[in-house]
Write a protein of this length. Sequence first.
Length: 230
Amino acid sequence: MSQTDPFRQISRGIYTCLEQTTGASYDFKAGYYERLVSTHWFNRLFWDTSRNDYQEFAAKGILRTAGTVLDIGCGGLAQTSQLYRATGNDCILLDRSVEMLKIARARLSADNGRLPSNIQLLQGDAFQLPFPDHTFDTVCSFGTIHLFDNKRAFVDEALRVLKPGGRCYFYSMTSERKISRIFMSSLRLVHEFGEVYSAAQTLSLFHQRPLLVSSHLIGSTIFMEGLKTK
């Protein structure tokens, strides 16, 4: 990011567009959360998925597209760091949590201690993205929609910054399996998850839009990709 950008650096390789940079809920549990979601047993037990399922889908947006990429709610890149280290696309990875971005930085710079020059780490608000309309060729959000009650507003903002002709890639946890539904409902009680949606409800967030959408379900995770038509 250049010195003319409306962002300021708050840590090595990490920028922000927010006035308040501390206090994100995931700041206090970033390390624990990232270790948990990296495990085979967690993904298989609660979602009946594997890391390979996530990585194969994410590769479509990160490796098999061209141009600029925005990842909203990137977290610590537990499933995607190797993909970002391999891509030649210009990517902005955005998250509200600085601690998550620090974990992402460590994973991205594991080889030589330096971030890839085509990757930017940005602290920001997913509901107020600091970009004009139609900025990115590709918009991704991997495992984020289910965290919010105002899911439609999240999707609206993500699609706002996607160019016509651009592609989007989302996956989200749903209530398709009983254990998933119980787990999500329990976390909602402590404000860790938003309103619990089925796969059909999640997919309906993308209906009645200038978007051609395809989807598939693995366990309790719905994978959705779309082409913005205008």
